[in-house]
Design a protein around this ligand. Structure first.
Ligand code: HEM
Length: 413
């Protein structure tokens, strides 16, 4: 026990975040949930913050109106050096605002993501997935990298439809988003430089599109058009339009892509459950919830600050201090999900925090769900012999990325 404690103490003395282990969170999360559920750490960005690790406590933090996500609050913790740069932070838009400013954006955008609206897109998404899989099957190049062949192009094309990216610019949009996300764990200066260039070109592109729509007689009905109309009515500025468009790109692209690639890998690693899903595709929605819980790919993004003194798990967090409610730890809390480290498609996991919780809960989740349902159902049906082309140990996981995933997923059939 002393050994475990010493190892845990040594880990938590290191700047946060700590590397996750492929499919699983850092081992020390379990120790923290048991021994020190609310604990102070220093981030790699040099900021002090309280880590919250238990399911009930994470929910309490995210539901508490005394907890702020406001980027202007100096106590908001940053995980990485350089993340506070205005060029980095600007695109975070309303995910780093509090009500009522935040509420305005949710009100402007929510109709685009309502279940009914998103369900109406299902046939188009199905066709896109079928066409993409046709191209994959026709390729003579084996093995195929599932990330490039399927996981990246599907979400980025869907995003370009709803945002209103010009048909002719889709290749640029796909490449720039991909470049922006290829930053690894933030420690390789070359990769960071290239990622920042990708980010700058997307930002410039969003600004160009917004200006073009603003000058048009009718800004259009897609999300960009709706935001431009809101700016013409004085609700937000044109600069806000660009930031919000950029946030949607960042939030909706790599996230869904990572779920497709890591989700496929997870299913391939559990052949019995995969066979069951193939025989009973009606289980796919439950399996997707369990994949979301088990993988919690967006695991280092949710940061908050106490706007007043608040008590969480018996600890008083003073006003002005940073909080990191660890959704990945909450989703692996045995007290809420017995045997939480086991992947089990029969678990009723819909109350997970993979999409966050509270006012900032993922706006795009109905769309992400439809994309994931269609992709997994189609992939399992159309390529029943799909398998990994390399040993799992050789799959390059992103170890410290804010959004977990794999850089490549070589598959064959
Ligand atoms: C499987 C895919 C996805 C995952 C796991 C995911 C996860 C998350 C999480 C954890 C948050 C909460 C951040 C916080 O509380 O600070 C969030 C917020 C957000 N997500 Fe997603 N997301 C996904 C897909 C999408 C898609 C497809 C879109 C849109 C096209 C989207 C748009 C957003 C936006 C706009 C926010 C900010 C909401 C707000 O602050 O009110 N996400 N997402």
């Amino acid at each position: 026990m002393t050994d475990t404690r010493d190892i845990a103490e040594a880990t938590i003395a290191e700047p946060f975040p700590w590397p996750r282990q492929t499919f699983d969170p850092p081992e020390v999360y379990q120790w923290l949930r048991e021994e020190r559920p609310v604990t102070r750490v220093i981030t790699k960005g040099g900021d002090p913050a309280w880590l919250v690790t238990r399911y009930d406590d994470v929910r309490a933090v995210l539901a508490d109106p005394r907890v702020s996500a406001d980027i202007n609050n100096p106590g908001l913790p940053y995980m990485m050096p350089g993340a506070k740069e205005p060029s980095q932070a600007a695109g975070l838009s309303f995910v780093r605002m509090d009500p009522p400013d935040h509420t305005l954006y949710r009100r402007l955008l929510s109709k685009n993501f309502m279940v009914k609206r998103v369900e109406a897109m299902r046939p188009a998404i199905q066709k896109l997935v079928d066409d993409t899989i046709d191209a994959m099957l026709a390729s003579s190049d084996h093995p195929v990298d599932l990330v490039q062949a399927l996981a990246l192009p599907v979400p980025s094309t869907v995003l370009s439809w709803i945002l209103g990216v010009r048909e002719t610019d889709r290749d640029f949009f796909n490449k720039a988003t991909e470049q922006m996300f290829a930053m690894g764990d933030g420690t390789d200066p070359e990769a960071m430089k290239s990622a920042l260039e990708g980010q700058a070109s997307l930002y410039a592109y969003a600004a160009e599109l917004a200006a073009e729509r603003n000058a048009a007689d009718d800004p259009g009905d897609d999300i960009l058009g709706q935001l431009v109309k809101a700016s013409q009515e004085g609700a937000i500025t044109l600069k806000d339009v660009v930031s919000a468009g950029f946030l949607l790109t960042v939030a909706g692209h790599d996230t869904t892509a990572s779920m497709i690639a890591l989700g496929t890998l997870t299913l391939l690693q559990h052949p019995d459950q995969l066979a069951e899903l193939r025989a009973k595709p009606e289980l796919i929605p439950d399996a997707v919830e369990e994949l979301l819980r088990y993988l919690t790919i967006v695991h280092l993004v949710i940061t908050r600050v106490a706007a007043e003194d608040i008590e969480i798990g018996g600890v008083v967090i003073p006003a002005g201090e940073g909080i990191i409610p660890l959704n990945f730890s909450a989703n692996r809390d045995d007290a809420h999900y017995p045997g939480a480290d086991r992947f089990d498609i029969h678990r009723n996991a819909r109350d997970h925090f993979a999409f966050g919780y509270g006012v900032h809960q993922c706006l795009g989740q109905p769309l992400a769900r439809v994309e994931l349902h269609v992709i997994f159902e189609t992939l399992l049906r159309r390529i029943p012999t799909l398998r990994l082309a390399v040993p799992v140990e050789e799959v390059p996981f992103k170890s410290l990325a804010f959004i977990n995933g794999v850089n490549e997923l070589p598959v064959t059939w």
